[in-house]
Design a protein around this ligand. Structure first.
Ligand code: PMP
Length: 362
């Protein structure tokens, strides 16, 4: 098979070493003569694997002891509902910081459960370039049950790398497309959640990291499978968990540790992103319109200045083994998602293709 690089935003590529190990263990996991998909989640082998996966994640992100880690179902959108149902308590309002499509979707779901103050912090200039209001200037409501934000907007490629200070109001972050890409101080958050299918493993799994004092506030009518307290009490096995996704996430965590942990990946991710943005900025054939300080390390949207070449770009890049570069349908253009599993060689191959394409069509 010739070398391909898959730039899909999610489900995204997984590390080759992880895929090879999963393949080797596919029909005989843990010397049990069956696949990990075929064993009980209550077996001692599965529980040992599940606990190790949690421990590895705790090590990677230095998660403090007063936080629970939950392995949930329902993806990112499941958490759009779980967050208000778990956190409103007897409060009536919550703040949602609007940075793009995913933050908006989270706010829409939140509206079913209480009064949502949408704080749109995007600043769009006439030429279409986008910046954000810094977090120190956000008009936050001190009576909010929580502040929800999306540190990395997967579609627009906008990332907020400093952690907002929300005082005593719990900070909730949708980290679906940024978790594990750089070091974070978990103690600054009330809840962190992420759908798995970008930087963690296959879809079907969502991770929740929740500060213990926020447990036990859920609304009475909350479905039990969304109740953080129920999930914490049952070690995320209140119902049958997505066992294969959990196993594969565990392999990804092991791989991240073997490769040097999150500090190492932060370096790699910054280098990959710089390579691509520097090339785009230096070219008059491509453009990226996000303010440099808010550009995402994980999702790099770009446009061809002459959009009539989009179809040719997509066809020729796919032929060159550079897959799924089409931007999200809402924003158009191109997008290269370069999560942890994408090696620098993939970004180098993309940049050299972009150079060749530009010189051919200029
Ligand atoms: N939040 C973000 C930031 C996302 O990128 C996505 C999916 N691309 C979601 C939420 C929704 O995730 P899911 O499809 O797992 O519900």
């Amino acid at each position: 098979m010739s070398q391909v690089y898959n730039f899909c935003a999610g489900p995204a590529m997984l590390p080759t070493a992880v895929m090879e190990r999963a393949q080797a263990e596919m029909r005989n996991w843990n010397a049990l003569q069956v696949s990990v998909m075929e064993v009980s989640h209550r077996s001692k082998e599965y529980i040992a694997m599940a606990e190790q996966a949690e421990q590895d994640l705790r090590d990677l992100l230095a998660i403090p002891d007063n936080y629970k880690v939950l392995f949930c179902q329902g993806g990112g959108r499941g958490q759009f509902a779980a967050v208000p149902l778990n956190l409103f308590g007897d409060k009536l309002e919550a703040d949602y910081i609007i940075t793009g499509q995913w933050a908006k979707s989270a706010a829409e779901e939140g509206k079913k459960h209480g009064k949502i103050n949408q704080i749109d912090i995007r600043e769009t200039a006439e030429d279409g370039s986008v910046s954000l209001t810094p977090s120190t200037k956000w008009p936050l409501n001190p009576d909010a049950a929580y502040v929800h934000y999306c540190p990395n907007e997967t579609i627009e490629g906008i990332e907020i790398s400093d952690i907002p200070d929300t005082g005593d109001v719990p900070l909730v972050a949708d980290m679906s497309s940024t978790i594990l890409s750089r070091s974070i101080d978990v103690s600054k958050f009330g809840v962190i959640y992420a759908g798995a299918q970008k930087n963690i493993g296959p879809s079907g799994l969502a991770l929740v990291i929740v500060r213990e004092d926020l447990l036990g506030r859920a609304r009475q009518a909350i479905p039990s499978i969304l109740d953080y307290q129920v999930l914490a009490n049952s070690d995320s096995m209140y119902n049958t968990p997505p066992t294969y996704s959990w196993y594969l996430a565990g392999l990804v965590f092991q791989w991240l540790k073997e490769q040097g942990g999150i500090a190492e990946f932060a370096k790699r991710n910054e280098a990959k992103a710089n390579l691509l943005y520097d090339y785009i900025d230096g070219s008059d054939f491509y453009q990226n319109q996000v303010d440099k300080q808010y550009r995402s390390w994980m999702n790099v949207p770009f446009q061809l200045v002459d959009e009539s070449l989009n179809e040719a770009f997509l066809a020729e890049s796919a032929e060159a083994g550079l897959l799924t570069l089409k931007g999200h349908r809402i924003v158009g253009g191109m997008r290269a998602s370069i999560y942890n599993a994408m090696p620098i060689e993939g970004v180098e191959a993309l940049v050299s293709f972009m150079q060749i394409f530009a010189s051919k069509h200029q």
